[in-house]
Design a protein around this ligand. Structure first.
Ligand code: 13P
Length: 256
């Protein structure tokens, strides 16, 4: 993986109260050695309601994990009832924000344009987007994976300059593999991720593309992480269900 530091992010989705989130991070910190978190960048993405509690714990115990949010609004403030801005997330010392998750796109109607606005807001506030892309089963069956994924990468990074693009994390999450127990084959995921990297090379430069970390997501667990990490194109994972259990998450981080 050409010197790229692996990044494993736990997307807890709409799970865990702030108390449960604290407990999970504490447990994780008992299970992981310092070296684990040096070798692999570990990011936890709890629901909004738990961000403050987890941030306080990370600070107090000097835990070497990044904090990520699962969504963001593109404006800094205003009459947007129920929304949370990048300004607010930055104040909580979030380092990452998941943007364009397929659940946001499919259930909440987020368009490529909305995703791009959110990506720019995340950068404008000094954080890094984890930009999610991926095809449906119907699109895959119709041979449309490349068009869909490449299109989402291009659209999501619209208006993003080189310095910011160099820091992006992209998560390739085929929708049919999310929460289904049916993970993609590492070779197939690696092939699509190679296309994403080629897209970055075309949009920016080969050097930039070689430095960007691209994760796989979709039914990742302790039992299959090694196969993904062994692929030279795959730099980490965005983990949903399996990340809810700290023991399973620790095994995923310790995949070697
Ligand atoms: P699962 O790991 O539960 O399949 O979810 C993947 C995902 O959507 C992570 O963002």
């Amino acid at each position: 993986m050409a010197g790229r530091r692996p990044i494993i992010a736990a997307n807890w989705k709409m799970h865990k109260t702030h108390l449960e989130a604290i407990q999970a991070v504490q447990k994780l910190s008992y299970l992981l050695e310092r070296e684990d978190a040096e070798r692999v960048e570990v990011v936890v993405c709890p629901p909004f309601t738990a961000l403050r509690a987890v941030q306080t714990l990370l600070d107090a115990d000097r835990l070497p994990y990044g904090l990520g949010a699962q969504n963001v609004h593109w404006e800094a403030r205003g009459a947007f009832t129920g929304e949370v801005s990048a300004l607010m997330l930055q104040a909580l010392r979030c380092a990452y924000v998941i943007v364009g998750h397929s659940e946001r796109r499919e259930v909440f109607g987020e368009t490529d344009d909305v995703v791009a606005r959110k990506v720019r807001a995340v950068y404008a506030n000094g954080m890094i987007p984890i930009l999610c892309v991926g095809e449906t089963l119907a699109e895959r069956d119709a041979g449309g994976t490349e068009d869909k994924v490449v299109g989402q990468v291009r659209a999501g990074l619209a208006g993003v300059g080189d310095d910011d693009a160099a820091r992006v994390v992209i998560a390739y999450e085929p929708i049919w593999a999310i929460g289904t127990g049916r993970n993609a084959e590492p070779a197939d995921a690696g092939e699509v991720i190679g296309l994403v990297r080629a897209t970055l090379a075309a949009l920016y430069s080969k050097d930039l593309a070689e430095g960007v970390r691209i994760q796989y997501g979709g039914s990742v667990k302790a039992g299959n992480i090694r196969g993904f990490m062994a692929h030279p194109q795959i730099d980490g994972a965005l983990v949903g269900g399996a990340s809810l259990d700290p023991e399973e998450l620790a095994l995923i981080v310790k995949y070697r």
